[in-house]
Design a protein around this ligand. Structure first.
Ligand code: NA7
Length: 406
């Protein structure tokens, strides 16, 4: 292999695309050669499921030439002697596998693709619908039903409210560690953990029981990197700052300081953070960050400081400040100004809005800290808006006969 760096990016979602764009805009005379593998037939990753479909267009269309679509990465191995990676991929359309060698690998496969589906006694013989939040698309399906929501985080709140709004008879949210504790509208309640099911009766840890018609598992996601050899694979579960990653990005345990993960921590900031990580990662690989690379001991000490702080986090507001500080730290190293603190203020307000009124917090408007643009408020309140189509959202229209049942 020549001295020119060859970078493999796995995934063309928001993180992979941000990395690609940063490499392609590099002012270096000799840019690294970049190949991005994407198993779907287009870019965007999970965001293809949303109104953001097709977001990367126009100028960024040039990035297509770096991406191998419909191509799944099967195996990544680090070669200690030659300090590079052997990557095996399969073109799904042609059914042809190929092997390539890279100096660096960036894992950008996202964290919301493998649902965590816990088992509960009796769930196998439950007669109603069982669905993970990952597969949830339309709340109308649950009209008139008694819904059991397992989980006590963002998806649980979202789906319980959405189902009730679209006519579910009731929703019980069952928690493991602590209840969400919102002032719920009539029809939603929280109970301690589900222990078992007997036919359509759910039994809870406090000794209570209830008949339910459908179960929504809002139980989060699992990391899955089946294509990585064991020593390259992230070990910690989904957290605000995974173990063994310098700048939450560079894998410290193996891979010769040449394996990177992007967007792998639990997220408040998403795109702001992805862009910051992309700038840092690309510049790190290109060797243009002052003071980098640091020694292994220095990198480990830095990562351990963040992990120690992570262990003291007490809830969403701490998480938000933690992530803002992380982005500020990363961006300071590369002279980028993502305004993380100002964005954090919006997240704090959003969390306070939720605590104040779980029914109306989605009706609030925010001002972009980048452009100053104030988002238009919904013509109808969220609770009265029954058209969930992309068109209605973008055009901010709702049928005039929308009525609240709250
Ligand atoms: P999250 O935020 O990862 O939350 C998962 C929830 O599921 C959380 O309340 C967990 O309880 C609960 N959970 C997980 N396993 C179980 C079992 N076995 N039994 C009961 N409850 C369980 O996922 P979301 O889908 O809500 O949010 C996805 C992302 O959106 C989130 O990561 C943010 O980035 C925004 P726990 O509290 O661990 O006891």
């Amino acid at each position: 292999m020549s001295d020119r760096k060859r970078v493999c990016i796995i995934g063309a979602g928001p993180c992979g695309m941000a990395a690609l764009r940063n490499f392609s805009q590099s002012a270096l005379d000799v840019r690294p050669e970049v190949v991005c593998y994407e198993k779907q037939n287009t870019w965007g990753g999970l965001w293809n499921f949303t109104w953001l479909t097709g977001r990367w267009t126009n100028g960024d269309d040039d990035l297509r030439k770096y991406i191998k679509f419909n191509t799944v990465v099967r195996n990544v191995v680090y070669n200690d002697a030659s300090q590079n990676f052997t990557v095996v991929s399969t073109d799904l359309k042609a059914g042809v596998s190929s092997t390539e060698v890279f100096s660096h690998v960036i894992v950008a496969v996202g964290i919301f693709n493998v649902p965590n589906k816990p088992h509960f006694d009796g769930i196998d013989t439950f007669e109603g619908r069982i669905m993970h939040s990952h597969d949830f698309r339309d709340a109308k399906e649950f009209k008139g039903q008694r819904v059991l929501v397992v989980g006590a985080s963002y998806s649980a709140e979202d789906l319980a409210m959405q189902c009730l709004k679209f006519g579910a008879k009731s929703a019980i949210c069952t928690w493991r560690t602590k209840p969400m504790g919102f002032k719920w509208p009539k029809g939603i309640e929280e109970r301690p953990l589900l222990l078992r099911l007997d036919s359509n009766t759910a039994y809870f840890k406090d000794g209570s029981s209830a008949k339910v018609d459908a179960i929504l598992l809002c139980t989060g996601y699992r990391y899955a990197f089946p294509f990585l050899e064991d020593r390259l694979r992230l070990q910690s579960g989904l957290t605000m700052y995974p173990d063994d990653l310098y700048k939450a990005t560079l894998w410290l345990r193996s891979g010769g300081g040449r394996l990177f993960y992007m967007g792998l921590q639990d997220q408040y900031f998403s795109y702001t953070m992805f862009e910051t990580e992309a700038i840092w990662t690309c510049r790190y690989i290109m060797g243009t960050i002052p003071g980098e690379p640091k020694s292994q001991a220095e990198m480990r000490a830095d990562a351990e400081n963040w992990v120690a702080r992570r262990k003291e986090l007490k809830g969403p507001h701490d998480d938000i400040d933690f992530q803002a500080d992380f982005i500020a730290d990363l961006s300071a190293a590369v002279g980028y100004k993502p305004e993380a603190k100002k964005v954090a203020d919006m997240f704090h307000k959003w969390e306070h809005d939720k605590d104040a009124d779980i029914v109306s917090y989605r009706d609030q408007s925010f001002q972009s800290v980048f452009t100053g643009t104030v988002a238009p408020t919904l013509k109808s309140t969220w609770w009265r808006a029954f058209d969930d189509s992309k068109e209605a959202f973008v055009k901010n229209i709702q049928p005039p006969d929308s009525k609240s049942r709250y």
